[in-house]
Design a protein around this ligand. Structure first.
Ligand SMILES: Cc1cc2nc3c(=O)[nH]c(=O)nc-3n(C[C@H](O)[C@H](O)[C@H](O)COP(=O)(O)O)c2cc1C
Length: 445
């Protein structure tokens, strides 16, 4: 059975020597983030002592492909097929009367910062904020739970801002504003990587219940409980849940914060959440993700890879694998590996990739003898198999990411496709060198 609680997963990784347990006290102001950042979000950490708090905090659970796969009992090469299969065959959750996350309840007047740590990460951040709570709302039909991650700047007391960039959720909030009602929300902390991963599945593309997809990723139905003060269901095994409402019409200035691409964002008015209750397990462990680290980028990249693979396969059935690398901010670059069967497969695969994801700027297509997870090997393919005049195409002024940072035309971007495959029929010329025997270095030391 795959662990469905964060504690069980931490225990499992600790018993295998994969967890860094930090006993030294760390300050949530910069120091905690600085320690996580030494491993760029790829290393699971458990901080036992956070300055000013009695509770522990976990980070870095979902920034490494092998570990994310391991948390779901599969190997990293099985991740993309598993995501596709889980979207197609979700496993419904099971409603329980009560669960561990409701062992403790805080209502009435409270200050969020008195309960659990809210760190600050980058030098020019405007203050403390929750980076990675899993927001739960009901979709407008009321039949599906819509999970996502939205940062929440602490505003004092029981209030935060919320930053929502996805059109679907903003439209839903706009609907509530149009009828003058608040939108009920819950925010879960202390979850396993499958729950983070499923939260990144695009509502626009799939309209799926993402908690049911998380169940399929873990191979079992996840227990949920009814919240205490809002009409929403949350994971019974989460560590902490905040319950509240997004208020209609109200806005307060938010940011700047260090963002995904490694730059500071802007300061803009954003909606407000007012919390009515906090529930938590005994000895609750809170959870964060270092912003812009591998742990923020990888779940986004993995769900994009699943969509990219399916779309390219429609026109280039001989596609072998795709990789959306972290260096390309998990959205601007893709490397596609194909078994080339027709002249034109390389450029067609790049065109299909651009059609599948508006955020992509640079797509590289390689043969199946290139390791797409090794940037040196991909660069080698470009260096030895590309003639710019023949193999590179550029389309100017297409739709792009709203986060585009290279110019001021947000949402507009040039596209560059690089066909780094060699011509059909030239296999002999492009045969890689090899050594005819295998050795084990330990035998020689
Ligand atoms: C660590 C992390 C932080 C994120 N922060 C935000 C955020 O502050 N605002 C936002 O709109 N999206 C943020 N996202 C991306 C959304 O969670 C993601 O686009 C969304 O879940 C996709 O779902 P949707 O298309 O169904 O809205 C974040 C993602 C991760 C992994």
């Amino acid at each position: 059975m795959n662990p469905v609680t964060m504690r069980a997963l931490l225990d499992r990784w600790e018993s295998r020597g994969l967890l860094h347990r930090v006993k030294k006290e760390v300050d949530p102001l910069y120091e905690l983030g600085a320690v996580i950042n030494t491993r760029n979000g790829r290393q699971p950490f458990l901080f036992e002592k956070i300055k000013g708090y009695q509770s522990a905090m976990a980070a870095g659970l979902g920034g490494d492909r092998e570990l994310v796969a391991d948390s779901m009992g599969i190997s990293s090469s099985e991740l993309i097929p598993k995501i596709i299969e889980s979207i197609v065959n979700p496993i419904p959750t099971t409603l329980r009367q009560t669960g561990p996350v409701q062992e403790n309840l805080v209502t009435g007047e409270f200050d969020l910062a008195d309960l659990f740590p809210i760190p600050t990460y980058h030098a020019e951040d405007s203050g403390a904020y929750y980076v990675a709570g899993i927001l739960v709302v009901n979709d407008l039909s009321g039949r599906k739970r819509y999970t996502s991650i939205r940062r929440m700047q602490y505003l004092g007391g029981n209030r935060t801002n919320i930053l929502i960039t996805s059109p679907e959720l903003m439209e839903q909030y706009a609907h509530y504003e149009s009828i003058g009602e608040p939108m009920e929300v819950a925010v879960m902390f202390g979850v396993v990587p499958a729950v983070v991963l499923s939260s990144q599945i695009s509502t626009h593309l799939y309209h799926t219940d993402k908690l049911d997809v998380a169940g399929a990723l873990l191979g079992q139905s996840l227990d949920v409980v009814q919240c205490k003060t809002v009409d929403l269901e949350v994971l019974a095994d989460a560590e902490i849940v905040l319950e509240g409402k997004m208020l209609p019409y109200e806005r307060e200035l938010e940011g700047p914060f260090g963002e995904l691409a490694g730059y500071y964002g802007t300061r803009t008015p954003q909606p407000i959440v007012e919390f009515s209750a906090v529930t938590y397990r005994n000895n609750a462990i809170s959870q964060t993700i270092f912003p812009s680290s591998y742990e923020e980028r990888l779940p986004m990249a993995l769900v994009r890879e699943a969509t990219l693979f399916s779309t390219v396969r429609q026109v280039v059935p001989n596609i072998k694998a795709v990789h959306i690398p972290m260096g390309g901010v998990a959205r601007y670059h893709a490397v596609i590996q194909i078994e080339k069967k027709h002249d034109g497969d390389g450029k067609q695969a790049a065109l299909a990739a651009f059609a599948s994801d508006k955020d992509l700027k640079h797509v590289i297509v390689v043969n199946d003898d290139v390791d797409i997870f090794d940037s040196d090997d991909v660069e080698w393919a470009i260096a030895t198999r590309v003639q710019a005049g023949d193999d590179i195409f550029i389309v100017q002024g297409a739709k792009g990411s709203p986060l585009e940072s290279s110019h001021h035309l947000k949402g507009i971007s040039d596209k560059m496709g690089i066909d780094a495959t060699y011509p059909l029929g030239k296999e002999e010329l492009f045969r890689r060198t090899s050594i005819p025997i295998e050795v084990n270095l330990e035998d020689y030391l």
